[in-house]
Design a protein around this ligand. Structure first.
Ligand code: DX5
Ligand code: ZN
Length: 221
């Protein structure tokens, strides 16, 4: 078990919701006892799928007081960051692979007073983030190729977390995992030092999402 002293947060991915029932899904996510709402923004360019944009985040904010964890799977996200922040995002995560001037993009987010995460795809090395770690609030480790919910978990994503915790040293920040997370692999995920748990299918298809949420937070005990 890798120690980090951070709270575990569960972030249901609203991508797995019925898009005609977003308000009900936001209320359901809250009732499950989850911490964040994970919002997958896809542009059909960085990833082969299109989901929703700023207007959806603005409407989520009107309806809900929950923490909005906005995952931008968008090429050159710096074009839209200010709009997503104005819409009410609490945390903006950009992909290291999607922005040429990552340092500038991080500053753009932090200057507006919201939290900043950087995501890496399964095949991207954690060492690409070594120099920016002091400036960011979260690293998102993709455990599937981004673009779709319901894909299998890529196990080697887990090897990255203990190494990242070591790189972080005295300043431990959130590490989030996204893709194929379930009750079956959560024990290994938590043991690896990951503390922000994104889950779409595992929660939205669960017969008992409150119980699943509890297991994703504490493991199978
Ligand atoms: C994938 C998205 C994920 C997705 C996870 O590109 O970033 O957030 O919704 O869905 P599951 O948990 O079903 O793999
Ligand atoms: Zn995501």
């Amino acid at each position: 078990m890798i120690e980090h002293g951070l709270k575990v947060k569960v972030a249901p991915s609203i991508l797995s919701s019925d898009f005609t029932k977003m308000a009900e899904s936001l209320d359901a996510i809250k009732s499950w006892g989850a911490d964040w709402v994970h919002c997958d923004v896809m542009d059909g360019m960085f990833v082969p799928n299109i989901t929703f944009g700023q207007q959806m985040i603005r409407d989520f904010r009107k309806h809900s007081d929950m923490f909005l964890d906005v995952h931008l799977m968008v090429q050159a996200p710096e074009r839209y960051i200010d709009e997503f922040i104005d819409a009410g995002a609490n945390l903006i995560t950009v992909h290291q692979e999607a922005t040429t001037h990552l340092h500038r993009t991080i500053l753009q987010i932090k200057d507006k007073g919201v939290k900043c995460g950087v995501a890496i795809n399964p095949a991207t090395s954690i060492y690409t983030l070594e120099d920016v770690l002091p400036d960011i609030d979260m690293v998102l480790l993709m455990s599937c190729d981004p673009g779709f919910g319901g894909q299998p978990f890529i196990p080697y994503a887990l090897n990255k977390a203990p190494k990242l915790r070591e790189m972080m040293g005295d300043r431990q920040i959130d590490i989030e995992v996204d893709g194929g997370v379930s009750e079956k692999n959560i024990d290994q995920i938590l043991a690896a030092g990951i503390n922000c748990i994104v889950a779409g299918s595992a929660l939205f298809k669960s017969p008992d999402p409150v119980r699943t949420c509890e297991i994703l937070r504490n493991g199978n005990r």
